[in-house]
Design a binder for this molecule. Structure first.
Ligand code: CU
Length: 163
């Protein structure tokens, strides 16, 4: 009995040293990373759709990216089997402009919608019908995961989401 207690004590002492060493490592790591103490971007995509294109080779795509994390992320590119070429656009008044990235603010959202930010899908390989599903692969910087794949429906050309 006494022998076992002594052994346990010896092991316990060893474990305490290990814990202290580990705590030192954690502390060092924390200090090194404390310059950017915000939580990373955490993204989800909702409400996506593509209005049925009236032109054969051009379509828009809309969705909302919500960021529940404490760091901003950037949507930098999108690809889809539907179109050979996808670009990011902003709209100011009646003028749209291609941009290299769209920001998803920390604890905020990036909204793509009619009359505002949108994706432009060019050189469609087919004319999608209402009810068809289209896969979009979104690539982000400063986000984990950096790539998200969503499937969005094709809606009637005049469709407007509620809210
Ligand atoms: Cu556009």
């Amino acid at each position: 009995m006494r022998r076992r207690a002594a052994l346990a004590g010896a092991l316990g002492g060893g474990a305490a040293v290990l814990v202290a060493a580990a705590a030192g490592l954690v502390l060092t790591h924390y200090t090194a990373g404390s310059a950017s103490a915000q939580t990373p971007a955490k993204l989800s995509v909702s409400g996506g759709y593509i209005p049925q294109p009236l032109l054969t080779d051009l379509a828009a795509a809309y969705f909302t990216v919500t960021n529940s994390g404490g760091s901003a992320a950037e949507l930098t590119s999108v690809s889809t089997p539907l179109a050979a070429h996808v670009t990011l656009h902003t709209t100011t008044g009646t003028t749209m402009e291609q941009v290299g990235a769209l920001t998803v603010p920390a604890h905020g959202r990036l909204t793509l919608g009619v009359g505002g930010n949108h994706l432009m899908l060019e050189n469609l390989d087919r004319k999608p019908r209402v009810g068809a599903k289209v896969t979009l692969t979104l690539r982000f910087t400063h986000a984990t995961p950096a790539t998200m794949t969503v499937t969005v429906p094709v809606r009637p050309t005049t469709y407007h989401p509620e809210g």
